[in-house]
Design a protein around this ligand. Sequence first.
Ligand code: ADP
Ligand code: MG
Length: 263
Amino acid sequence: MTRIIGVTSGKGGVGKTTTSVNLATVLASLGKSVIIVDANLSTPNVGLHLGMPLSKVTLHDVLEGSAFITETISIHPQTGVRVVPAGLSLDNILRTNYAKLEDAIVELLGYSDFIIVDCPAGLESGSRRVIDACDEAIIVTVPELPAVTDALKAKKVAEVSGTHVLGIVVNRVNGISSELSSHEIEQMIEAPIIVKIPEDINVHRAIATKYPVTIYAPKSRSSKEWKRLGHLIAGIEYIEEVPEETSSLKKMINRLLGKKSKR
Ligand code: ADP
Ligand code: MG
């Protein structure tokens, strides 16, 4: 059975695309077949995060009725994740009509274990139709009042559509006192937090190199949390890897104690 999971938010710029791309990468690394649909049709950037070449046929052509969604799929070579890209031209964007989106996504059923839908920010035009097309939703926010307030609206939009809200991903957590606490966020959105992803410079570096951070820096703090999310979604136990510094420190102590390394 194919699970269609929308990654949505109230505000833009909180980490939907970064979460979609890394969730898809982790699920693929767990042996799942995954398609990412770039349904953020006014500001599409899944292809940019993954360094995919520009596609001739995109989701915009599908929505205009001039292509089948299966014709738009290209494979990301490093992860095996399949991508349904959106068109980048302003002309494409201005002509966007979301009416056929749900039917197009339904065409993909049976082609993969997971369809990850990178949604437009919750209250933009068309966002309702995108979330309608999803069975489940993850709400992404940062731990600040305006973003959390808008995340609540995004959750309500999902609920009105009958889309099951899996929970919240709190992204860009610095752990400073001005941030809303987990308890406050859960109370305000009335949904559980699934993971908290730390602010991590490796995310910027990964985007610059056009690799998901879970591949670019798999042991980084943010990668660990995106891996945790992927395991939770897949229902597979997550065993955290020992951080490199700790393992080399352990090796040094073992050497000093004359113990043999097990690895
Ligand atoms: P959205 O899709 O919601 O608009 P993006 O996923 O494009 O948001 O993220 C916006 C920007 O935020 C990214 O380009 C990246 O620079 C930054 N970012 C996202 N997550 C993190 C993180 N955990 N640590 C540091 N920077 C991040
Ligand atoms: Mg985005």
